[in-house]
Design a protein around this ligand. Structure first.
Ligand SMILES: N[C@@H](CCC(=O)N[C@@H](CS)C(=O)NCC(=O)O)C(=O)O
Length: 224
């Protein structure tokens, strides 16, 4: 198996972390996002989305980090994507929530327009309005995560056991650190994220992202 990824990619991180934590045998292939390798052949024929990660397992090719996480867990019979349909339904629910509701505002309307030139809006006014919207909606979603999904007071998102949902959502929520967000106003989110970050391979898998965060830490970000 091969994972086409970049070490500073938010959506590659949960897959790389899962592979490392579970000791899976997957070869890493770096796609250099900084030189635009993903916008050139042969990559654009390989993945017309021009995004990472992509998993290759023989003639199976999978885009989408969530699909990859679930496939890896199922292929190896791992409990992180459990067999019971009710438990699985809750894992699916929080991953869908995180990828659609939360990430859209937290990543694409708040963090990314400030971090990446190709996400920046074309006028100052459009940029300011996007960030204002992204900030308000992100605060709303963080409160939902804190007061609803994590109201059970357990260690992981769906209960006492870690699942692929913690891997995916943990990486997405941790993106806030790039713009200096302070999650202490959301104590259950803060405590849960600390559990994710305490995973043995978190630091090593996050090294490139931490380096990027350090390089932008003095910028004046709009942040939650
Ligand atoms: N929904 C996709 C999103 C993948 C994605 O956005 N990848 C980013 C890295 S985090 C990327 O490849 N960006 C390249 C670019 O924006 O040019 C997934 O979860 O795998």
């Amino acid at each position: 198996m091969k994972l086409h990824m970049h070490p500073a990619s938010i959506t590659s991180r949960p897959v790389r972390l899962f592979i490392a934590e579970k000791g899976l045998k997957v070869d890493m292939v770096v796609v250099d996002l900084f030189t635009g390798e993903h916008h050139q052949e042969p990559y654009i024929s390989f993945n017309p989305n021009r995004l990472v990660p992509v998993l290759e397992d023989g003639d199976l090719k999978l885009t989408e980090s969530i699909s990859i996480l679930k496939y890896l867990a199922e292929k190896h019979g791992l409990p992180e994507y459990a067999g019971d349909i009710r438990k699985r339904a809750k894992i699916n629910e929080i991953m869908d929530w995180c990828n659609s509701n939360f990430y859209r505002d937290w990543g694409y309307n708040l963090a990314y327009p400030q971090l990446f030139p190709h996400h920046k809006r074309q006028t100052d006014e459009a940029q300011a309005k996007t960030l204002e919207w992204g900030l308000e909606r992100s605060k709303f979603w963080l409160a939902v995560l804190n007061d609803y999904f994590l109201a059970h007071g357990k260690k992981w998102l769906t209960g006492d056991d870690i699942t692929v949902a913690d891997y995916f959502c943990g990486s997405v929520v941790a993106l806030g650190q790039m713009i200096g967000s302070d999650l202490s106003k959301y104590p259950r989110v803060d405590a849960w994220l600390k559990n994710v970050k305490a995973l043995k391979h978190w630091d090593e898998v996050s090294a490139a992202l931490d380096g990027f965060a350090a390089s932008v830490k003095d910028r004046p970000f709009v942040k939650a």
